[in-house]
Write a protein that binds this ligand. Structure first.
Ligand SMILES: Nc1nc2c(ncn2[C@@H]2O[C@H](COP(=O)(O)OP(=O)(O)OP(=O)(O)O)[C@@H](O)[C@H]2O)c(=O)[nH]1
Ligand SMILES: [Mg+2]
Length: 474
């Protein structure tokens, strides 16, 4: 029986036990529902969650179910369910002697009765040939007689595009032999990006009865609205933080480089905090590399009466020593690369500014992040956006793992394309309208980066929907 209400679409998530159904449910829902543990049969009862709803009453219902255990036995029992003996074994015997087995029978029967599409989650860190439960579970899926989309999780860190594509191809090849499987998609609860959720919604359409299609369309439109509102708010929140790091700082020459770097670290922290809030994530906003840099700068605090040349030497070598230790222990991350640029830029600029001020007879020395350092800060900000946008709530508290090389390269190229506009903003960070202009620029760059990372992304819909939303406010 299909869902009788054509305004309600029901997706049922099933898998072998402990593969990650509840974790994926948490990520998609952005809420800590159910119980997650590295153990078998943690979820006991099928639980429905409303993933999306529209003002006109359309609903997308997502079922998290108890995991499958002994699937060969389960298949035998399910296929006997129509016989009196099968009924007795299931309803009487299993119910009391093996509750987990009984509950998984119930879950599968309920999925068969209510799901419009069944989503079957598999652990991609296993090879399909080695997953002994796969074949009996595919028989159970065929018994359900519903269209099945396979989702791959446990694909590893985001940004490892090539191995993940190879993994996807391997599972597609293997599952291609089973007619019940209509499609195979990547959707890792730890590292999926919202763009990939769209791919799932699009993949549903061809397998839905016609009467569901208008509802499906409205739900997908609603989903885009929600994602792009969040996207726009994220870019708008990053802009003022970045502009504040571009402001000219005034004060005693000895303190200027440190002040610039501290401002850059505060910018990074503020924008990470804002991004986490926008994405419903918890966790630390301070990246260890920024803290290490602040520490190293504080350690080389120079006496006030040091000469200009001595000051620059002390800071350069001190910063280099502090960072050297960090590089050896943690490897060169983009954050540190940017900071090296920022420090070098700050130091040179402070020196140059000081000299120029002396000539002009200006009393208060001033300094600003170099154009290159600020551009790198923008790159760090966009990489942070990608890290947050990929971080699934099901993984727990946000941790910044650093940007994979692929993201760094993509971000560097989209930023380089807009460097003139960025340079103009750095020249006048406090000009009226600068936050809105920068937010718009960030939107353009982030969309391009996402499109490069996910070529199937529907850039046209993204741009059209963004044009309809209210303009960014900061
Ligand atoms: N690396 C990685 N681990 C995951 C992912 N999804 C889930 N896990 C881990 O897998 C374990 C099981 O996750 P659950 O969400 O409880 O699995 P489940 O399928 O709901 O399990 P049952 O309800 O017991 O059938 C937990 O330790 C999760 O942290 C993922 O996408 N990547
Ligand atoms: Mg579970």
């Amino acid at each position: 029986m299909d869902s009788p209400d054509p305004n309600t679409l029901q997706l049922c998530l099933v898998s072998h036990t402990n593969v990650g159904k509840t974790t994926l449910t948490r990520t998609l829902l952005g809420a800590d529902v159910g119980e997650v543990r590295d153990a078998a049969h943690v979820t006991q009862f099928a639980e429905a969650h409303t993933l999306l709803q529209t003002e006109t009453g359309d609903r997308l219902v997502w079922w998290d179910t108890p995991g499958l255990g002994d699937s060969a036995r389960l298949y035998r029992r399910l296929s006997q369910a129509g016989h009196p003996l099968g009924w007795f074994l299931s309803q009487v015997w299993d119910r009391w002697t093996d509750p987990a087995f009984f509950l998984s029978q119930r879950a599968m029967a309920s999925a068969r009765d209510h799901a419009d599409v069944v989503l079957y989650l598999v652990n991609a860190s296993e090879s399909p040939q080695d997953a002994g439960y796969l074949e009996p579970e595919l028989k159970i899926l065929a018994w359900m007689n519903k269209p099945v989309l396979v989702l791959l999780n446990q694909l590893g860190a985001a940004g490892n595009a090539e191995p993940q594509a190879a993994e996807l191809a391997r599972w597609q090849r293997h599952l291609g032999a089973f007619p019940v499987v209509r499609d195979v998609l990547a959707l890792d609860a730890f590292s999926r990006c919202w763009v990939q959720e769209d791919a799932l919604f699009q993949a549903l359409a061809p397998h839905l009865p016609d009467r569901f299609l208008p509802t499906h369309q409205r739900l997908v439109a609603q989903w885009w609205q929600l994602q792009l509102r969040r996207f726009r708010a994220s870019m708008a929140a990053m802009a003022p933080a970045l502009l504040s790091a571009a402001e000219v700082q005034r004060g005693p020459a000895a303190e200027l480089p440190e002040a610039l770097v501290r401002r850059a670290a505060q910018c990074q922290q503020a924008l990470t905090r804002a991004l986490l809030d926008q994405h419903g994530l918890h966790g630390e906003a301070g990246h260890p590399h920024w803290q290490a840099l602040e520490q190293s700068l504080l350690q080389v605090r120079t006496p006030v009466n040091t000469t200009q040349a001595g000051l620059i030497g002390a800071i350069s070598s001190g910063a280099a020593t502090g960072l050297g230790a960090d590089l050896m222990s943690g490897g060169l991350s983009m954050g540190v690369g940017a900071l090296l640029g920022a420090v070098a830029g700050a130091v040179t600029f402070a020196g140059a500014a000081l000299a120029a001020n002396r000539m002009r007879g200006v009393e208060v020395p001033e300094a600003q992040l170099s154009g290159e350092a600020w551009r790198e800060l923008v790159e760090v900000a966009l990489c942070t956006y990608l890290a947050v946008a990929h971080f699934g709530r099901g993984r727990g508290d946000f941790v910044d793992d650093g940007a994979p090389a692929l993201w760094q390269n993509v971000v560097r190229s989209v930023v380089a394309n807009r460097q003139d506009e960025l340079a103009a903003l750095r020249e006048a960070p406090q000009a009226p309208g600068a936050p809105q202009r920068l937010a718009g620029l960030l939107e353009g760059m982030a969309l391009r980066a996402l499109r490069q990372l996910y070529p199937a992304m529907d850039l046209g819909t993204a741009q059209r929907e963004l044009a309809r939303l209210p303009p960014p406010t900061s």
